[in-house]
Design a protein around this ligand. Structure first.
Ligand code: PHE
Length: 476
């Protein structure tokens, strides 16, 4: 049997895992959620959750992946009788997340092109439209949306076809430091704009969003907990097998605990940095009533910011949207890899040759259909969701396919996947299974006492609260 080739270096692994974690969730999810959910107080709750849930699940995923040397589905099948089906939830999540991730990634590519247009005063620039006009036009131009979405799918596919060491690791080793550098450039410009301090206050000062009239009433504790928890799972790429998959390619010599700490810290740090890059600028130049959340923050408010920046605006626009494309691609490759690893390993088991390229193409074609659906829908602008509304019957999806796919994956499947994994580790196979994988080659899981208490009791309990809060938010 051919050897299963993994990451060539720990740095390459770290860049890839941090690349998976750092994505759209950090850039448009975290800063706004922090602002409306209590600023600094939210940050403290997020950090506690990241330590008691995120870190625990991260160590679990990396260890189980490396122990079995297999992808998400096979890992659960090898390890457990009761939970052997859980890996499949990861495959479903990967497809669902890819559907909207690729369409949004495609929009980001469009905005890079648009800002090039503005730089050279070419016809494919803003053409006198403001952020709302540009985004509205893109949403209703179905052909253009689909083309950009498909370009993003193809880019993801090409990298994954190159394999772990030859594709993913190489791309992330260059891409992540580049992203970091571009982020610093944008932050320096953003926080030195006049009026930027309001954005910083929104992000950090507890109660500011309420007193400034950005939200009507203060969220209750359970809402804050489930907002922070849901954000954390999505942002750390947990609960759907991505870290199991990457862990399965990690060298036995490397220290799992240390890597897990670095991934969690880097992801949180970049989320905060993204806040510094986008919120001060949005408050300073975004215009009255600017939207600070979700797609509108990225595609309406920030484009207005670049248009209001004068001659250097397009340059910052190009740097910023390129940075977002990088963040999104280093995440989408990990999503596709969850699917591809599963099939490649399956073949290997049967003694068949490595068909990575074939599987990357087949999975990408399926993803392309889902992505096209989300693009055609244009965030609900084109009414494609409506026929399904009566079947699904829940209003929380904002009448659009993107929100539907997002709610099912980020809202339910990911916290559920992480909860089931903790129950498996805590109560079926035992925390010692994780410990024994962490304690090889002279490394050590130094926090084994805390790990055991968390994985058995604290993490599952917190995850039940998070899951309950998320599901409640669809209906009310
Ligand atoms: N962590 C990514 C983000 O913050 C999303 C993601 C989820 C990527 C699950 C891979 C797996 O945007």
């Amino acid at each position: 049997m051919e050897e299963r080739k993994g990451f060539a270096s720990n740095f390459g692994f770290l860049m890839s895992a941090i690349g998976s974690a750092v994505g759209l969730g950090n850039i448009w999810g975290f800063p706004f959620k922090m602002g409306i959910s209590g600023g600094f107080t939210f940050l403290i709750i997020y950090l506690i959750l990241a330590a008691l849930c995120g870190f625990i699940v991260m160590v679990g995923e990396l260890a189980l992946g490396r122990k079995t040397g297999k992808g998400a589905v096979a890992s659960y099948q090898v390890l457990s009788k009761k939970f052997k089906w859980v890996g499949w939830l990861g495959i479903v999540s990967a497809f669902l997340i890819m559907s909207f991730y690729c369409s949004l990634g495609g929009y980001c590519i469009k905005y890079v092109v648009l800002n090039f247009g503005n730089l050279f005063h070419a016809g494919f620039g803003s053409n006198g439209l403001d952020g709302n006009g540009i985004f509205g036009a893109l949403m209703t131009n179905q052909t253009e949306s689909v083309i950009y979405g498909l370009i993003f799918v193809v880019l993801t596919m090409i990298i994954v076809m190159g394999g772990i060491g030859g594709g993913i690791e190489k791309f992330c080793t260059i891409g992540m430091p580049a992203l970091f550098f571009m982020l610093i450039v944008v932050i320096i410009r953003a926080v030195t704009l006049p009026g930027a301090v309001e954005g910083l206050k929104f992000m950090f000062v507890p109660g500011y969003a309420l007193s400034a009239g950005i939200i009507e009433k203060a969220p209750n504790f359970l809402t804050v907990l489930s907002t922070a928890g849901g954000q954390m799972f999505f942002s750390l790429s947990l609960g759907m097998g991505a870290m199991i998959t990457y862990g399965s390619y990690l060298d036995k010599k490397q220290n799992i605990q240390k890597n897990a700490i670095m991934i969690v810290c880097a992801d949180t740090m970049i989320a905060l940095m993204a806040g510094l890059a986008v919120l001060p600028a949005s408050f300073a130049l975004g215009g009255a009533g600017a939207s600070m959340a979700g797609p509108k923050l990225l595609f309406v408010t920030l484009q207005n910011v670049f248009d209001n920046m004068g001659a250097v605006g397009p340059v910052f626009g190009i740097i910023f949207y390129l940075l977002v494309v990088l963040a999104a691609i280093t995440s989408s490759i990990s999503l596709l890899e969850v699917i591809v690893t599963h099939f490649v390993d399956g073949d290997k088991e049967k003694g068949k040759p490595d068909h990575r390229k074939k599987y990357s193409i087949i999975a990408s074609i399926l993803i392309a259909f889902l992505c096209a659906l989300v693009c055609l829908d244009g965030l609900g602008s084109n009414g494609i969701w409506v026929p399904f509304q009566s079947i699904v019957g829940v209003r929380g999806f904002n009448d659009c396919w993107l929100d539907f796919f997002d709610m099912i994956s980020e809202g339910v499947l990911m916290p559920l996947g992480a909860l089931l994994m903790c129950l498996m580790i805590g109560w079926e196979i035992g925390p010692k299974t994780v410990e024994s994988e962490c304690n090889i080659e002279g490394n050590k899981l130094t926090c084994m006492g805390l790990y055991t208490v968390c994985v058995k009791f604290i993490t599952p309990l917190l995850m039940l609260l998070i899951l309950g809060g998320q599901i409640k938010s669809f209906f009310f």
